[in-house]
Design a binder for this molecule. Structure first.
Ligand code: ADP
Length: 360
């Protein structure tokens, strides 16, 4: 991992002594308000100091509270997803491994002709594992993972989105290799020129593209992953920067079976026969990964509800009093949990994939 220099030591104000380029701004923007910074902010900044004990160039003009927000809320220290947690999507995993993970692990080999694209788009229906893939990439490539939802930039950070984007890319560049995952990227890079497109959101978009351009041309080990379930809203500029575009479809029947087994086995509840599992898979055509998760959750309540119906108090209930989860539990859960993606939507993704998707 990353060395956390001097996390327990005293905060050293980032004032440069040699007065070279940038020093002046530094002492103004951070030194002056040093006393006003709370401990968390100080700790965040300390972690970002270089070996020379100075705040890296890129962070010098940024507001400490934004750096702190990026370090605490957007940076995920332990993404905790492995390839093996993701059902199906063999094709996407293979592409991503070659295109993203190897280059992050071996930058020395992946240069020149082999230099990788720095932008990857994952598109497809909601709840199919796009975020999981992002996290798994960070885990497998031993990279720092940053997660931000683009819509929060426009809603929560009104007027400050631009600054936050700069802080995000700044911190990421100090934490290389890094993976920046931008969820709902369509809301940031959309081609809509509605009346709602204010000056501020246009500036935000420009800032974002500039930052991307920046690490695209440099030697930085930063990968940007955009996820969207509205790929058709991305404009040409966005598509150009997201050079690889992978379709993340609904789970296949095998993948659905795997999700059921995996989730129930974790709790020691998997007792379904092959026939029953097959039957559930037939009944769940069109369910997304997250629909499947909700279905399993609901079905796993079946045995509990039944035991309680027999008059046992929840406080006295013993695990042995509960039967295992059955096909019937799934059949009733299917009444509650409906698929969240319509056939109609699927057509749109497939069309877009044909036109703009990467095949390998
Ligand atoms: P997306 O980013 O595509 O909207 P997520 O990656 O956030 O979807 O998935 C939401 C949840 O659904 C995950 O936390 C996981 O429990 C479940 N899920 C979705 N796709 C898969 C999959 N391919 N394998 C296993 N679980 C999945």
């Amino acid at each position: 991992g990353f060395s956390r220099r001097g996390i327990r030591s005293n905060f050293v104000p980032p004032i440069r002594s040699n007065g070279s380029n940038g020093g002046h701004t530094t002492s103004r923007s951070l030194g002056k308000c040093d006393d006003a910074l709370d401990d968390t902010t100080k700790r965040c900044l300390e972690m970002l100091y270089g070996p020379d004990g100075e705040l890296p160039e890129k962070l010098r003009n940024l507001e400490p509270r934004l750096i702190e927000h990026v370090s605490n809320e957007i940076m995920d220290r332990d993404p905790n997803v492995r390839w093996d947690d993701i059902a199906g999507l063999e094709h996407a995993k293979k592409c991503v491994t070659e295109m993203v993970i190897w280059p992050l692990l071996r930058p020395d080999i992946f240069k020149g002709c082999r230099s990788p694209g720095r932008g990857l788009l994952l598109f497809g229906p909601p709840g199919t594992g796009k975020t999981m893939i992002g996290k798994a990439i960070a885990g497998e490539a031993k990279a720092t993972f940053f997660y931000i939802s683009a819509s929060s930039l426009t809603s929560k950070w009104i007027g400050e989105g631009e600054k936050l984007v700069r802080a995000l890319f700044g911190v990421a560049s100090c934490r290389q290799p890094a993976v920046i995952f931008v969820d709902e990227i369509d809301s940031l890079l959309s081609q809509r020129k509605s009346e709602g497109e204010h000056e501020s959101s246009r500036r935000l978009k420009t800032q974002f593209l500039i930052e991307m351009e920046g690490f695209d041309s440099g030697n930085e080990q930063i990968l940007l992953i955009g996820a969207t379930n509205r790929p058709q809203e991305l404009d040409e500029a966005a598509r150009r920067r997201l050079t690889k575009r992978l379709y993340i479809p609904l789970p296949s029947s095998e993948a659905r079976a795997w999700i059921i087994r995996n989730l129930l086995e974790k709790d020691g509840l998997f007792k379904l026969s092959k026939e029953d599992t097959d039957a559930i898979c037939k009944l769940t055509e069109g369910y997304s990964g997250s629909d499947m998760k909700n279905l399993v959750k609901d079905a796993s309540m079946g045995p509990l509800r039944e035991a309680l119906k027999q008059g046992i108090q929840i406080t006295n209930l013993k695990k042995e009093d509960m039967r295992s989860v059955t096909l019937q539990d799934f059949e009733s859960a299917l009444q509650e949990v409906r698929p969240s993606v319509s056939l109609n939507e699927l057509g749109t993704y497939e069309e877009w994939n044909k036109q703009f998707g990467s095949l390998s």
